[in-house]
Design a protein around this ligand. Structure first.
Ligand SMILES: [Zn+2]
Length: 343
């Protein structure tokens, strides 16, 4: 089993607004659990670098970079009603994006087989021109752009299982046939985008795949979405690198959303993605942390994903399985998605 790497830096804790759910305590909870469980000791540390403004401008406007930097320099500001900038947030955001870049390089250079980036602020709502939804710069999307523009890759896939639609990632690559974006998300829900009929445009037609799921979906519905739609579309696309926007706010314990996924469900999705990466791209898979606001669910679910990279079995978590209710019928939406993508 090739080594699995991780990225972490204490600077990620300095992006902070007291009382806000996207808090440093999230990352502290994950790291503490990885240390206590002995999982961290089995991972290879990858040093993050600081992304440069040039790196960020692979996808984002110069104006957005200046806005985030300016807000931090003046001591902090709110960029929208949800999205704060604290005095160290610009530096933290550059290092979060740089963490994804470093991990992607480490995987493409064969220094590690796979990686999990324990970064914040998160990124998938950040559009080319706008910070929003707790996100400043789009870490995972920037890693994809780096791989495509600078590392010579021709096809990269991003799978996004955060409970919210990654509108920023979708916007970055909507017309780009080199990037397959696959998102499962609660719908209708924040930020409002992510209908199955949003499939890309121009040369990128068909390379945006939205699986909008009704509230109340659990392991059964999620595994159907991944095995019946995500897996065949990833096989058809044939990525050379698989990136994952890893949000754990679809967990039943999460306070911000209404899905019923459990930690075992995250493990099973991650195991499926690892198998696909093994089949399609020599195992090259890089995770970037997005949301997840119940700290126990977050820590154990992130660890569950890392366990798949290490070849470990599922570790029973204290929250246990999700509520045993049948869950909504997703036949119609699954049929619509399949029809939209020729499956
Ligand atoms: Zn989210």
């Amino acid at each position: 089993m090739p080594a699995a790497g991780y990225v972490y830096d204490p600077l990620y804790l300095e992006h902070e607004m007291p009382g806000h759910p996207e808090s440093p305590a999230r990352l502290r909870a994950i790291v503490a659990h990885l240390e206590e469980s002995g999982v961290l000791a089995r991972l290879t540390k990858i040093e993050p670098r600081d992304a440069t403004p040039d790196d960020i401008e692979l996808l984002h406007s110069r104006e957005l970079v200046a806005r985030v930097r300016g807000a931090a320099e003046k001591g902090g500001a709110w960029l929208d009603p949800d999205t704060y900038v604290a005095p160290r947030s610009y530096e933290a955001a550059l290092r979060a994006a740089g963490g994804l870049l470093a991990a992607t390089d480490a995987v493409l250079d064969g220094e590690v087989g796979s990686a999990f980036c324990l970064v914040r602020p998160p990124g998938h709502h950040a559009t080319p021109t706008q910070a929003m939804g707790f996100c400043l710069f789009n870490n995972v999307a920037l890693a994809a752009a780096h791989a495509l523009e600078r590392r010579g890759l021709e096809r990269v896939a991003i799978v996004d299982f955060d409970v919210h639609h990654g509108n920023g990632t979708q916007d970055c690559f909507y017309a780009d046939p080199r990037l397959l974006y696959v998102s499962t998300h609660q719908y209708p829900f924040y930020p409002g985008s992510g209908h199955w009929a949003e499939t890309g445009e121009g040369p990128g037609e068909g390379t945006t795949v939205n699986l909008p799921l009704p509230r109340g979906c659990g392991r059964e519905q999620y595994l159907r979405a991944y095995s019946e739609v995500a897996a065949p579309l990833l096989r058809r696309f044939g990525p050379q690198l698989l990136l994952v926007s890893a949000g754990f706010d679809a967990h039943f314990a999460d306070p911000l959303a209404q899905m019923l996924l459990d930690t075992r469900g995250y493990y099973e999705i991650a195991a499926l993605l690892k198998a696909l990466a093994g089949e399609l791209c020599e195992g090259r898979i890089v995770y970037g942390l997005e949301g997840g606001y119940d700290h126990t669910a977050l820590a154990w679910s992130a660890r569950a994903c890392i366990d798949t990279l290490l070849g470990n079995g599922f570790a029973e978590d204290p929250l246990g399985p999700g509520p045993s209710v049948p869950g909504p019928d997703i036949d119609a939406v699954m049929a619509a998605v399949k029809r939209a993508h020729g499956l």
